[in-house]
Design a protein around this ligand. Structure first.
Ligand code: ASP
Ligand code: MG
Length: 406
């Protein structure tokens, strides 16, 4: 007998038919002799709808009340999933995050999990039940309901898999697994059999939104191996696990395209110590995450500084910098939205050379001009014009032979 955590995302429980289908899959898993802990999200769209409703009443709603409101979405789906299992004759019980013992820090809307008291889950499992836990929610030491940040049901699942020492953690979603690229952009993208936590983290933060990044970090920290797979078929998914030596044989695991960045260009700024420090200080104070940065060689006492920020923070970034330009002795600032970041990711880059040359060569062949470059141990990112992004991604994907069977 194995213990399995099965997590179903919003589209997988999107309507009654789908909830029934989830119940059937869970029932089959249990009938095969397993103990099953189920984690569900709210029906797709519900969380967004609730947020919109809150904002129609108050533009900046109280965060405690926000958590109270948003946890409603998952409470609907746990109860309906339990009922669907009952209809199949399967004993099942739904638990809120609090009832499942998920203790979080006292921070509304994005709390971290501190610990899980799994006694209730164990008790219900021992009685032969399927245990259905509401994703995305917990409770703090003072008994306040908290939530774990958008997409937080993934984190609930991974954390429950760790605390209950599950043999298997399956993340059911609306795609077949993790791909070498977004198949909507790169039609011959291939599903990966396995990927390391670090590669998955890079891809999760690069706009390949398969899973919440925090949940992957948590899985890495606690060594939770999990599988991302489709709830709409029985195809095996992608196993996410600790890096093993053979993973380094593959130089590039995947290509990601991120269109959620804007470029901030500052020209004719004084070329002297402290200028960059001051600019990034005000951006930091405004809570803006700067991603890529390029400063050119100064000439005639002035320099240019270019960086990228999340697109929804671009106006705020421009305002913050503009406010200090005079103090810095002048300069001009402009915003460019029409960019995209293309990244290649792979732990094999640690032991292979020539990755940049291959990537840049592919970009030049399709006439994609590189505006910015940044690298890390397992990633190379470039910013290109948004119009050339899809073709650039396809060219890079091909250059690394990602569509071929590895
Ligand atoms: N319902 C929550 C959200 O939409 C949590 C989740 O889906 O994982 O963010
Ligand atoms: Mg979700």
């Amino acid at each position: 007998m194995a213990r399995i955590v099965q997590k179903f995302g919003g589209t997988s429980v999107g309507d009654i038919e789908r909830i029934k289908r989830v119940a059937k899959r869970v029932a089959e898993t249990r009938a095969a002799g397993n103990e099953v802990i189920v984690v569900v999200s709210a029906r797709s769209g519900v969380t967004n709808e609730l947020i919109a409703r809150a904002k129609s009443i108050n533009a900046s709603p109280d965060e405690r009340e926000m958590d109270m409101l948003l946890t409603v979405g998952e409470q609907e789906t746990i109860a309906l999933t339990a009922m669907a299992l009952h209809a199949l004759g399967v004993p099942a019980v739904s638990l809120t995050g609090a009832q499942a013992g998920i203790l979080t820090e006292s921070l509304h809307t994005r709390a971290r999990i501190l610990s899980i008291d799994s006694s209730k889950v164990e008790e219900k499992l021992a009685q032969g039940n399927v245990v259905i836990v509401a994703g995305f929610q917990g409770i703090d030491q003072r008994g306040q309901i908290t939530t774990l940040g958008r997409g937080g049901s993934d984190l609930s699942a991974v954390a429950l898999a760790a605390s209950s020492k599950a043999d298997l953690c399956q993340i059911f979603t609306d795609v077949d697994g993790v791909y070498t690229a977004d198949p909507r952009i790169v039609p011959n993208a291939r599903k990966l059999d396995e990927i390391s936590y670090d590669e998955m983290l890079e891809l999760a933060s690069l706009g390949t939104k398969v899973m919440q990044a925090r949940s992957v970090e948590f899985a890495k920290k606690f060594g939770v191996v999990f599988e991302v797979r489709s709830s709409f078929n029985n195809n095996p998914g992608t196993i996410v696990k600790e890096e093993v030596k053979s993973m380094e044989d593959v130089v590039v695991r995947g290509v990601a395209v991120d269109r959620n960045q804007s470029k901030v260009v500052i020209t004719h700024i004084a070329d002297r110590p402290g200028t960059a420090a001051r600019i990034f200080q005000v951006l930091g104070e405004a809570g803006i995450n700067v991603d890529m940065i390029v400063q050119n060689v100064g000439r005639g006492g002035v320099a240019n500084l270019t960086f990228t920020v999340p697109r929804d923070a671009a106006d705020q970034a421009e305002k913050a910098v503009r406010a200090v330009l005079d103090e810095l002795g002048g300069g001009e600032i402009s915003l460019v939205d029409s960019i995209a970041k293309i990244s290649v990711v792979g732990v094999g880059m640690r032991s292979h050379s020539g990755v940049a040359a291959t990537m840049f060569g592919a970009l030049s062949e399709v006439g994609a001009n590189i505006q910015l470059i940044s690298t890390s141990e397992i990633k190379i990112s470039v910013v290109v014009d948004e119009d050339t992004a899809d073709e650039a991604a396809r060219a890079v994907h091909q250059a690394f032979k990602l569509d071929a069977e590895a």
